[in-house]
Ligand binder design. Sequence first.
Ligand SMILES: Nc1ncnc2c1ncn2[C@@H]1O[C@H](COP(=O)(O)OP(=O)(O)OP(=O)(O)O)[C@@H](O)[C@H]1O
Length: 617
Amino acid sequence: NFTVDDDQFTSSTTLVSSPRTPGKKLTKGDPIITGIRLRPFLEREATIDDAPAVQIFENNVICTQNSRPQIFKFTNCFDASTTNKNVYDGMIRPAVLASLQGYNTTVLAYGQTASGKSHSIFGSSCEEGILSLSIHDLITMNAKNHLKFELSFLEIYNEKVTDLLAIPIPSNEQTNSKTSNKTSSTSSFSKQARTHILNKLVPNSNSATNSARTLEIREHPLLGPYVPDLKYIQVKSKEDFQNVLNLGNQQRSVASTNANQRSSRSHAIFTVKISRIDVPQSTTMRLSFGANTAHSLSNIGKNATLSSSSKKSAKQQAQDEIDAQAVRLNFVDLAGSEKSQQYHGPQGKNDRFAESVHINQSLSTLRNVIDALSRQQSHIPYRDSNLTYLLKNSLGGDAKTFMLATISPSSTVIDETINTLRYAGLASTITNVPRIKTPHLRHEIDELREENARLKQELFLVKSKSMPSIHSAISTISKTSLTNIDECIQTSFRIESSTQDEENNDENFDIVDEEILAQIENQCRRPKKQRLSEQPLHEIAKIRQIDDTMLHRRLGTILSYVTDDFSITNDNGILVVSKELNIDVKKNSSIWMNALERFDYSVDINSMTKKEVCLKI
Ligand SMILES: Nc1ncnc2c1ncn2[C@@H]1O[C@H](COP(=O)(O)OP(=O)(O)OP(=O)(O)O)[C@@H](O)[C@H]1O
């Protein structure tokens, strides 16, 4: 995920290679999925920079500093022209699907101040953020209403955990509020509006008894570190979600700094708790506190306060156990690291200084944790900050984690950009061991797969109608060819699903992907070639003005993609390549497709066996 393999760059280029320690055994599990997003220049930056100091070229992030480019390679790269929707489709949607499969999942936005973390997660007045797009998908997928979504929103401000959905003290709000000192936009959001929203979403809530307060973190044997008194609000529609988001965002600590007019002064964690409405109580109650509990209790450290399980009321214990069965989809918007000159704001300079120290300290512990995990050290300093403690399961734990590292194109912050890229690279070497929490959600993903396949087929038909070349190809194609296309789709389905079944590959959610669309389009272009294929091979070679040697050499190149031990026979235009192939060619059809497309061959999937690859010219 983090290497450079192109030789097109000059010797003055610094190539950043994999930070994995050579020879270290990789742990089995899922690596943290990382992606880089470059934001466009802001208006004020355009006057300072002539050209971007960072550019994205395919999967390479190229940083130019002192005329010595550094190149970082990542699997997911989003350049300055991409939208939140592009990022969602390209990288985050699998996170939503993973949560529906029953995995605790975390989407983490990481990067220096003003690099676009909040923009990516929460969006702007012009475009929806990835959080909103995720909720949209979740609600759409819950057409049968068998899932329950509850939202919580907390911030870690100066190392204190605060519930952003708890209403601040309603009376003497200005004088007594703990948050009155820090920058906040609560004053712009009327008390009545907050109460109205909360009452609408939580009918029994009494705003007079709720107050924004510092919460404790505890460690649960099944949940890991969590915040027990956090308010969860059930939502049923996108409108509900938007209300909850507004409610929380209005209370989040934001301030104007030199770097960012609306800079987040806290780390925020927005959680969607997903549970099945029809989970029988008996199923969830079967879990019991056993040896693990004792182990976990003995592990409680300085940041955690835990009342022993014996002190817990039976009701609380039962609730904890039910909670442990729910899946959590977390969106983490970290505060951005900043240099000293960046925290002088127009007001509250001292507050900004204190905030900045806390932000930088907790980000430094985050980097220490990433560093320790990537080196596979035995001690991971999760307990050094509330942020890392709460992210314990997401970093090296049993959750699936997606880290979106945001960067700026400006030369003024190139050092921080390089730092962000380094840590994102390190994060991509961390392996989590995801565990399905609730198998009850599994059939949702199956339904989604079916839906996805159906939509892609529809899309193909729409595309074929709107693309004249394909349309005309389809109209000239014979009935037999159409049957072939149909078979091709069917076979592709079979290949994909059997691969997934055999390998239990949860990552690969799309049944029909671009490759298969290309394959289908390829089939559409076949009629001329099919006529050719009725002739003997040497005739075809003549027509194409290439001799057999050339044909065989080309074929050899193709075959070297999958094997170097083969023989070729020619049977009326069908080249049969046979030998003990030590790979299942059907499973690797994508390799063949990509290779053959370049040489104008197609694979005759239907005639292929484990030992024979049939190529059609
Ligand atoms: N992809 C983008 N397209 C357009 N504008 C963007 C993009 N990303 C960020 N911006 C703009 O850049 C500015 C800073 O973005 P944002 O507040 O999201 O940064 P941040 O990383 O969350 O900063 P902080 O850590 O200080 O909170 C905002 O004005 C935002 O609108």
